[in-house]
Design a protein around this ligand. Sequence first.
Ligand code: COA
Length: 176
Amino acid sequence: MITISLQCSQDAAQIEKLLDDVFGTDRHTKASYSVRSGVTAIAELSFVARIENRVVGTVRFWPVQVQVRNSRAVTQALLLGPLAIDPMVQGCKLGSKLMEVALSTAKAHKAGPILLVGAESYYSRFGFMRLSDHRLALTGGFDADRILVLAGHALASLPKDGIIEPMPSPKRTMAA
Ligand SMILES: CC(C)(COP(=O)(O)OP(=O)(O)OC[C@H]1O[C@@H](n2cnc3c(N)ncnc32)[C@H](O)[C@@H]1OP(=O)(O)O)[C@@H](O)C(=O)NCCC(=O)NCCS
């Protein structure tokens, strides 16, 4: 039976192995990792899917901030990802189930807009979209084409022109 629950500390090694299998061992060079650099995932927003003791799915949220360009103003936000499902059980709607649990919990967390870096062709089914009237970039000058935002959730607070960066640790009150 497949179960979805919060990640626990013993899951860490299995999650890393799953991410290597799904995204490759060079995954740390991807744009989304630049925004998670030095940041710890939010424990109460880190989910795994298991078959008995085996981790077959993972999704987490990370505390980030959107720095308004040419300003010191920042907006707190959540970055979703990576979402990965074990190739053995891909295509069985497990990714969708994990997203539903993760998103409903994250919305209740009230920690600002929800962002991710990924394929709109997949994530649009959960309400994510590119915002043509926003100019968002990732810290480090990474390609920003795949930045998606969850429609209708705390969008009013999202700067129209900003840079997404890891949240400095003293401000990470939402992870407590
Ligand atoms: C993408 C992923 C999380 C989806 O989870 P899953 O449990 O396999 O998918 P589900 O069964 O919930 O959904 C399947 C649907 O997603 C679509 N899909 C799967 N991967 C996709 C992708 N990379 N881009 C667009 N659509 C995709 C399938 O075509 C299918 O569409 P349908 O419902 O219209 O038939 C999982 O397949 C995975 O980990 N893939 C490897 C990582 C990856 O490709 N990530 C890219 C997403 S940015």
